[in-house]
Ligand binder design. Structure first.
Ligand code: FE2
Length: 492
């Protein structure tokens, strides 16, 4: 393994006892290029050809107030597989806020847990006072990477090979784009939405395969909402208006307090992909909050949507958390939210919704073979979480046709990233491919990339690859086959 360490960024972060600035959430400030990574166990499948990209929150500066892990600065990690070998690199997303704080040598914005008045400059997000760290998701669209911020920010384009930040995407609307924009590999289109504190409160947009904004329409809502994710079928996009949102009375005083609003149903907007506001049809369902959807597809007169139904979307503070962190730790703990794999069926003929629980385990952060996005699919891969923590400790594969599932639990102290599916070239079935993930091993203080055969999930990884440094836990990741990539070829 050849490792080139780049000149460090300016950091003012001091040691603390914050549970999400230590252990597997210890921020990483180092940027490296590493060539020909060492294989610890097994062999890199020679047919794995493409890149895995993962976004991560790494706090650079001493927080102005109470740090929340979603406040951290966006860093993209990449592993590039080719001919049975793998290279790695990582870079901060050079957002406008990153540049401003590098120049100031310190924090300029407060975070999610702080009063907006703490920020020293006008901020971003529907919240309005946050640093746009572009730290939540990353997708590949029109051949280039696009990183996004969880509460609506500017979309940042990066070269998928070099991870050079190329700047703000030109079509980013005034209200930004939400964390989860969705790419339909079959058409090359990207669907996105945003939300804000001013009417009409939500918009929906489509960008074509040549990166032209072809649709941007209002989706009027009754007030400010907090949708995080969307889904699509071949013909429709699905947005949501769920009854978990900021308390309207407190919001008038610029206090952002999330509440479950009793008596308000979950609502789903079904929009023809290239439709108008007048084409939107709304469906109602059981009240809940859903952070992430899996897939959606059309079957007869129904639209089928799978996702993770939270049984307890506004949990009580965790009594066993370190003092001062009770509320924050509850809102980062899947075992507090209790998200369960769930199916919604929207009947376009009758307007009725049917719902079905698919699994009673606590699962979230699901992936599937993106070649089946918007189409009928059979296999879903969810993550399991360590009780009490925003840390992934395993995976569950569901066969949605038979209802069977298999599980892989990682060794104690080893925590994974989201594990997108990498189809095997010439695959003969939907699950013919690999799950790719980065793990951090708290026992050894190291990080690795794991490659897991999706047809033999329970057998564990077919390959473990050493990374050149220990990385911080993060949120979302994607896989892009080489055929989808543009940009400069990587040079060490
Ligand atoms: Fe997310």
């Amino acid at each position: 393994m050849i490792v080139e360490r780049l000149t460090g960024v300016i950091s003012s972060l001091e040691p603390s006892n914050h549970p999400y600035l230590n252990g597997a959430w210890t921020p990483l400030n180092e940027e490296v290029n590493a060539q020909d990574l060492s294989v610890v166990e097994g062999a890199i499948p020679p047919d794995l050809d493409g890149i895995y990209l993962r976004n991560t929150e790494n706090q650079i500066h001493q927080p102005l107030g109470r740090f929340h892990p979603f406040d951290g600065d966006g860093m993209i990690h990449q592993i590039d597989f080719h001919g049975g070998r793998a290279d790695y690199r990582n870079r901060f997303v050079r957002t406008r806020c990153f540049a401003a704080e590098q120049e100031a040598k310190g924090s300029l914005w407060g975070g999610l847990a702080d009063p907006p008045a703490l920020s020293l400059r006008p901020g971003f997000g529907a919240h309005g006072a946050l640093k746009d760290a572009s730290s939540t998701d990353v997708v590949v669209h029109a051949g280039m990477a696009l990183s996004t911020f969880y509460q609506c920010g500017e979309g940042y384009r990066l070269d998928p090979h070099t991870l050079e930040t190329l700047g703000v995407e030109g079509w980013t609307p005034l209200d930004g784009i939400s964390a989860h924009a969705k790419v339909d590999e079959a058409t090359g289109e990207l669907m996105f939405f945003n939300y804000s504190k001013h009417a009409p409160y939500m918009h929906y947009g489509v960008v074509d395969r040549d990166n032209r904004l072809t649709r941007y329409i209002p989706v009027p809502l009754p007030g400010p909402r907090l949708p995080h994710d969307m889904a699509f079928t071949e013909r429709f996009s699905i947005l949501n208006d769920l009854p978990v949102f900021w308390d309207p009375g407190l919001l008038k005083r610029n206090i952002h307090a999330v509440r479950l609003h009793e008596g308000i149903p979950s609502r789903f907007a079904i929009i023809p992909r290239h439709g108008q506001t007048s084409d939107i049809r709304w469906f109602e369902a059981t009240p809940t909050y859903v952070l992430h959807w899996l897939n959606a597809y059309e079957e007869g007169e129904e639209i089928i949507l799978d996702g993770y139904f939270q049984e307890n979307p506004t949990p009580q503070p965790k009594a066993d958390a370190p003092p001062g962190f009770e509320h924050m730790m509850a809102y980062l703990d899947e075992w507090s939210f209790q998200p369960k794999l769930h199916r919604w069926r929207f009947n376009l003929a009758t307007g009725a919704t049917r719902e079905e629980r698919l699994d009673d385990r606590i699962l979230e952060f699901g992936v599937f073979n993106q070649q089946y996005a918007g189409r009928k699919y059979r296999y879903a891969y969810s993550t399991t979480a360590k009780p009490g923590w925003f840390l992934f400790n395993g995976f569950v594969k569901h066969d949605l046709e038979t209802g069977e599932s298999v599980e892989l639990t990682l060794p104690a102290g080893v925590f994974a990233s989201e594990a997108p599916f990498a189809p095997r070239p010439g695959a003969r079935s939907e699950d013919d491919g690999y799950l790719v993930t980065f793990v951090t091993d708290e026992n050894r203080g190291t990080s690795e990339c794991l490659v897991i055969d999706a047809q033999r999930l329970a057998d564990g990884p077919v390959c473990r690859i050493a990374l050149p440094h220990k990385i911080c836990s993060g949120t979302h990741a994607c896989w892009a086959p080489r055929s989808q990539l543009k940009g400069k070829s990587a040079q060490l």
